[in-house]
Design a protein around this ligand. Structure first.
Ligand code: HEM
Length: 388
């Protein structure tokens, strides 16, 4: 396996990681990334195979479980019940219960509300340059997920702040201050949700939390800790990735002068510039894959951003082609952890982008957008535009 060095915080890489991915993919389906001291998969075939291979998974093998520092007790207690950090059978049970509540009927019924929300936000756009991330991309996902779950829209700012602080734990340049902020946010988030869950146990309503409370599989229900963790996971995953998918998508659309949004265009936007670039898998048994041997306890990273631009699968992969056909991209993952929220994210993107382009025919960039130095997230610092 070839070893390659690339700082994930180097400014040129942050702005455009794709040339490095091309170089890495040319080294074979797997390379060793020195800065992470980890094997990484880059081709569409390798990433797809690893994400689907049950000999690997997201749950930390027992012997590799880190000592949990006291100052992060609440954060890790919350993660311990997150389906994203579990494997079968615990994952199957939690995911099954969530899918029972998170139905396509419930998601599709949101379309008129999402449209009304987008209209309201667009009506509030100022004259002159403004940050579309703050005014639009950050608002839509958090308000939609809060409404879907039956939480008050008026607490959207708190949800955003808690989520941002918790997501800091996954960044390449995490500091002790970020850990403290994540821990405090977890405690505040859990306390906030415990109150709503208790209230919805007493007075169920037509919302996702009430359905999660009622969801039952083979006589089993979600415990309160599982309910809290699941709500936090849905709230965090439910807007962070969508915010940046929207931001990256608007950047691509404006740079290419493309204004027609359909389902194929949304897929192409996520393929071309997904907001989450790296997910890792633990190896559970000694194995050989793509000609490389791994032992139990090793980790392999899957570079979704690289797989999505694999020329073996997507001709002219760096080109934005809104009519592109071809195999599914890996921006929403694959296998048993495939994004639970993909139908909602697709609906939000389709509604929010179509309305934006229709209502603001003169929408234009007011400055060159720059990506934030937050690898493995790939999202913009801000997106200054003019709407009128
Ligand atoms: C465009 C926006 C989104 C993107 C690009 C995205 C991407 C992903 C990816 C790549 C994974 C798989 C991670 C892995 O395999 O390790 C994932 C999992 C997940 N996503 Fe999303 N996501 C988005 C929006 C959402 C939304 C809106 C929700 C919920 C409301 C959501 C909830 C989840 C959950 C719960 C999981 C874990 C599933 C499991 O472990 O079985 N995501 N997402």
């Amino acid at each position: 396996m070839q070893e390659l060095s690339q700082s994930p915080t180097e400014p040129a890489f942050v702005q455009n990681p794709y040339p490095f991915y091309d170089r890495a993919r040319a080294a074979g389906p797997l390379f060793r990334w020195s800065e992470y001291d980890m094997a990484c998969a880059t081709s569409h075939a390798a990433v797809s195979a690893i994400l689907r291979d049950r000999r690997m998974g997201r749950e930390v093998p027992l012997e590799r479980a880190p000592e949990i520092p006291q100052h992060l007790a609440a954060f890790y207690a919350c993660e311990a019940h997150s389906m994203l950090e579990l494997e079968p059978p615990a994952h199957t049970r939690l995911r099954g219960l969530v899918l029972r509540a998170f139905t396509s009927r419930r998601v599709n019924a949101l379309a008129p509300e999402i449209e009304a929300l987008c209209h309201r936000l667009i009506d509030g756009f100022p004259q002159g340059p403004f940050d579309l991330l703050d005014a639009y991309a950050r608002q839509v996902p958090v308000i939609v997920i809060a409404r879907l779950m039956g939480l008050p829209e008026s607490r959207a700012d708190d949800l955003l702040a808690w989520s941002n602080a918790m997501v800091g734990m996954y960044q390449a340049k995490r500091t002790r201050a970020m850990e403290d902020a994540a821990e405090m946010a977890t405690q505040a988030f859990c306390d906030f949700l415990a109150v709503y869950i208790a209230e919805k146990r007493r007075n169920p309503a037509d919302d996702l939390i009430s359905e999660l409370i009622a969801a039952e599989q083979e006589g089993e229900k979600l415990s309160t800790e599982e309910l809290v963790s699941t709500c936090i996971l849905l709230l965090n995953a439910g807007h962070e990735a969508t915010v940046h998918s929207l931001g990256n998508a608007v950047r691509t659309l404006l740079m290419h002068g493309h204004r027609e949004i359909d389902a194929a265009c949304v897929e192409e936007l996520v393929r071309l510039d997904p907001p989450l670039h790296m997910f890792t898998r633990w190896v559970y048994e000694d194995l050989e894959i793509f000609g490389q041997r791994f032992s139990r306890g090793d980790r392999i990273a899957c570079l979704l951003g690289a797989a999505n631009r694999d020329p073996e699968v997507y001709p002219d992969p760096h080109r934005f082609d809104p009519a592109r056909r071809g195999p599914a991209h890996l921006g929403f993952g694959a296998g048993i952890h495939f994004c639970v929220g993909a139908p909602l994210a697709r609906l939000e993107m389709q509604c929010a982008l179509s309305l934006l382009m229709r209502q603001c025919p003169d929408l234009a960039l007011a400055e060159a957008p720059r990506y934030s130095d937050l690898y493995h997230f790939h999202g913009l610092e801000r997106l200054m535009v003019r709407a009128f």
